[in-house]
Design a protein around this ligand. Sequence first.
Ligand code: CO
Length: 210
Amino acid sequence: MQALTQFFENNKTWVKEITDKTPDFFKQLSEKQSPEYLWIGCSDSRVPANQIVNLLPGEIFVHRNIANLVVHTDLNCLSVIQYAVDVLKVRHIIVCGHYGCGGIKAALEKKEHGLIDNWLRHIKDIYRCHQQEIEALRDDEEKFRLLCEKNVIEQVANVCHTTIVQKAWKAGQEVIVHGWIYSVDDGLLKDLDVCISGLEQIQLIHHLNL
Ligand code: CO
């Protein structure tokens, strides 16, 4: 209980820090949110969206799940994307993975983990798609890192394959999807240079006549 009491103290300190700088900060935010960015990241406690990119409340719309997956039957993630694109009109969608991801590591193992194994199977599918390239590496740590990167790239594609993003593009709305990876070792972000901003950049099989 002591720790939780501390949270309320922390909260008051945090509010004071913000309102000392901008007295009507919360009043302004209470009126509306208009973030320009949607962040899709891992639930990992070491990868907090706002802090990593040093943004304040109101600046970034966030969805996090284990291993930052965008699964085309996941109503939760799709709803977040739809709201962000259709209503908030975010210009940038950032898929941010991280090295040392426990979800990716678990997917590389044979061990059973319970219910979550069904979620991790999506990562095993990505492994299978890139098996040759991954297995050409000798070092297990390098394989792990490569799969963390491949996972981000696949999720960027998954965002672009949604009807939500394709409809927005068709309507002339600018939506740019980025793939980044974060290093928990040093706190630094790396751009994987897989930015997608239009239908012509995705595979033909996923082009929809909307
Ligand atoms: Co993770």
